[in-house]
Design a protein. Structure first.
Length: 169
């Protein structure tokens, strides 16, 4: 039941943020102000990196332009790229709130992005993966992104208790 709650929370967050963005986009367009989409089906991508390219696009673009690239982006040594990713996601966590839970949430996503980048260097994506492989990848990305939801919405002690109950019963 805890896993169902966590995944439902992820869907709730998406629908809330996406709806707020759609209202802002629609309102801007009423006044002739062209505004790009901010959420582009983020739970359909097959890996966490694509999730972030589709989730809160304006914030992700801002973090890329004003944090990741000034740190050197991906044009530096691989170890430094991983540090740049972690720092960018740490800033994302702090942007969401000053609590330690937001910092840990940002680091969670940073670690996921670093793992994905290292994995892709070791095992490049096949050109035409089978449907079952893509489905498993989508499910894995969805669950991984949403596991951070417990960290995001709870204080650290409650999140640790939640994960202990989720994993150990």
């Amino acid at each position: 039941m805890l896993l169902v709650w966590l995944l439902a929370y992820g869907i709730k967050i998406y629908t809330d943020f996406s709806a707020y963005s759609d209202i802002a986009i629609g309102s801007a367009r009423l006044f002739g102000i062209p505004t790009p989409e901010n959420f582009d089906w983020p739970y359909l991508p097959t890996h966490i990196s694509m999730f972030w390219r589709h989730w809160h696009i304006s914030l992700t673009s801002w973090l890329t332009d004003y944090v990741f690239i000034p740190l050197g982006g991906s044009r530096v040594k691989p170890d430094r790229v991983y540090g740049n990713i972690l720092m960018t996601m740490l800033v994302s966590g702090i942007w969401h709130g000053a609590g330690i839970n937001f910092v840990l949430w940002g680091l969670w996503h940073g670690v996921l992005l670093v793992i994905h980048r290292a994995w892709r260097k070791a095992r490049p994506l096949p050109e035409n993966p089978p449907w079952w492989s893509q489905s498993a990848a989508r499910l894995t990305a969805f669950v991984a992104a949403n596991l951070g939801g417990a960290i995001f919405c709870m204080d650290v002690h409650a999140a640790l208790f939640f994960f202990r109950r989720l994993l150990l019963g």
